[in-house]
Design a protein around this ligand. Structure first.
Ligand SMILES: Nc1ncnc2c1ncn2[C@@H]1O[C@H](COP(=O)(O)OP(=O)(O)OP(=O)(O)O)[C@@H](O)[C@H]1O
Ligand code: SF4
Ligand SMILES: [Mg+2]
Length: 360
């Protein structure tokens, strides 16, 4: 099914983020939350954004919906949806786009549902805001259908529940229903399954996949979990300290990663390769401060490969995003000249010995 209100102005991908920078002035100085971030997502495709806590995943996504307070943030670059520039739009112009053409499922379902209003009424309200001609009865019908779609049992009865009467998994489903009620062409799902048990997590991800196929929407899924990425994403963007450090097709990036930070993420999620002998190796150290990011490559204080780079480049020069060794759209931000060889010789045997043997 193609989208009913497909009003695209150009042939470029549906979502184009270009050179996005988000800074927050604070009492301690300027927080460089997102720096020079560029990516794009076609309709019908899913981009997975992955990175540790504080890497700028939520801040960059919230910028797409115009959710940063203009007085407390400095945002530059370009965010185009269906060819239309969203950066700099007034709140009045942004409101009809938010929740209708572009919707977001937030990290914290409890915070996003108002505790004093019944779940169904919040859903109906979300529908009526963008469908002002709809009657209350119609809105209620659509809301109940949507609750049913996301797997809420007895949706007509649960329609009248308050959020606290829903379990965590059901609240997350209600959030997804809220995000999808106006068939958005672009859906941003920020950690949609965090804090849910594994079974519910799998159901929610399946549901998102099904709905996306049905509506041919563009989806951005934000997660800490490379397992989720492996299952859902067509493309992957790895973020570190507010920047893209690796970006490419999921199949390519997950099998031939070229940036030591991505190696670290893969090493700490061994089930991506489904390899039973895999070892779980956490990345040493902590994410850097965005107030005073490290010089050179922001990952250098935690990277064990700096000695393979000539001179002191890792410590002094920010690597550009450059094409990967195997071509395609794969890019990485690292000074290593032969990362694919290092990955296969040193990293793969540590995290997936069976795979490493097969590759020889
Ligand atoms: N309003 C703000 N003022 C100052 N700093 C902020 C503000 N909002 C976010 N930040 C900072 O921006 C950085 C990026 O935050 P962001 O929420 O995007 O991280 P994240 O990648 O989504 O992490 P998590 O995985 O924990 O959700 C963090 O260092 C955060 O403290
Ligand atoms: S540029 Fe240097 S410090 Fe950064 S990831 Fe590459 S090898 Fe490590
Ligand atoms: Mg976040």
């Amino acid at each position: 099914m193609t989208h009913p209100n497909n009003d695209r102005l150009t042939d470029e991908p549906f979502l184009v983020v270009e050179d996005l920078t988000v800074k927050f002035p604070t009492a301690d100085g300027l927080v460089n939350a997102v720096s020079g971030l560029s990516y794009s997502v076609e309709l019908g495709k899913t981009l997975g954004i992955v990175g540790e806590s504080g890497s700028g995943k939520s801040v960059s996504s919230m910028a797409i919906l115009g959710l940063h307070d203009a007085k407390r943030s400095q945002i530059t670059g370009s965010i185009r949806v269906g060819g239309k520039e969203l950066l700099g739009l007034s709140e009045d112009k942004m409101r009809p786009i938010r929740g209708n053409q572009v919707a977001m499922i937030f990290q914290d379902a409890l915070a996003a549902l108002h505790p004093f209003f019944r779940v169904g009424a919040q859903l109906s309200e979300a529908y009526m805001v963008h469908n002002p001609k709809a009657s209350k009865r119609d809105a209620r019908k659509v809301a109940i259908e949507m609750l049913d779609r996301v797997g809420i049992p007895q949706p007509d009865r649960r329609y009248s529940d308050f959020p606290h009467q829903f379990s965590g998994g059901m609240r997350q489903r209600a959030m997804i229903a809220m995000g999808l009620i106006n068939n958005p062409q672009l859906l941003i799902a920020d950690e949609p399954t965090t804090a849910l048990d594994v079974t519910v997590q799998a159901q929610i991800l399946d549901l998102l996949g099904d709905l996306q196929r049905e509506y041919n929407s563009a989806v951005v899924i934000i997660t800490h979990d490379l397992g989720v990425i492996a299952e859902m994403a067509d493309d992957v963007l790895v973020m570190y300290a507010g920047r893209a450090v690796e970006y490419g097709a999921a199949k390519e990036l997950l099998t031939h990663p070229e940036m030591p930070y991505t190696w670290g993420l893969l090493s700490s999620v061994p089930d991506v390769s489904a390899d039973t002998d895999a070892r779980l190796i956490p990345i040493p150290g902590n994410p850097p401060s965005l107030l005073r990011p490290p010089s050179g490559c922001a990952f250098h204080p935690r990277c064990v490969h700096t000695s393979k780079v000539p001179g002191d480049l890792c410590f002094t020069e920010l690597p550009e995003l450059v094409p990967g060794q195997r071509g395609g759209m794969h890019v990485k931000r690292c000074h290593l000249v032969n990362p694919d060889e290092i990955y296969r010789a040193e990293v793969l045997p540590e995290i997936a010995p069976d795979l490493a043997e097969e590759n020889q």
